[in-house]
Write a protein that binds this ligand. Structure first.
Ligand code: 4NP
Length: 152
């Protein structure tokens, strides 16, 4: 299964989601990458506050490099997780087919099914926001692994 994590900047939430999921793969047939719907931070490493929050949990996201989501990602990935509704709308705007659209999910629905909840954007807040994001993504990625292992 190929999973793409998507947020706005690809420097806070989606690199954390990528790193956390990767840390749980343990030989399972899962690949993970991340991207941003914007080009604001293309080529940049993750925000230092995201790096620190992940490092506290022994997840290293420092080397990741920001890139922008593109329509071709619909071909390369099986599931595309949006961090919030705005990301989801921006991704869906690039969908070419109903099959593309069907790949797009809100990651919080893995933890709270059908809630259409959001991973709050921590960029303009303090470090506690990053810890909150970490904890939510930790739960969501546990569910992704659990569902994959059970063939769901
Ligand atoms: P992210 O956070 O989407 O979780 O990477 C943001 C990063 C940058 C900006 C907004 C959100 N920005 O406006 O530059």
């Amino acid at each position: 299964m190929k999973v793409l994590m998507v947020c706005l900047g690809n420097i806070c939430r989606s690199p954390m989601a990528e790193g956390i999921l990767r840390s749980k793969i343990n030989g399972l047939d899962i690949e993970v990458d991340s991207a941003g719907t914007s080009a604001y931070h293309v080529g940049e490493n993750p925000d230092s506050r995201a790096v620190l929050a992940a490092r506290k949990h022994h997840v290293n996201i420092a080397p990741l490099v920001g890139r922008q989501f593109q329509a071709e990602d619909f071909d390369a990935f099986d599931v595309i997780y949006a961090m919030d509704n705005s990301n989801q709308n921006n991704i869906l705007a690039l969908a070419r087919t109903p099959q593309d659209r069907a790949k797009v999910k809100l990651i919080v629905n893995e933890v709270f099914p059908n809630s259409d909840g959001e991973v709050p954007d921590p960029y303009f807040g303090g470090s506690s926001g990053f810890e909150e994001v970490y904890n939510l993504l930790d739960k969501a990625t546990d569910k992704i692994i659990e569902n994959f292992v059970h063939g769901r």
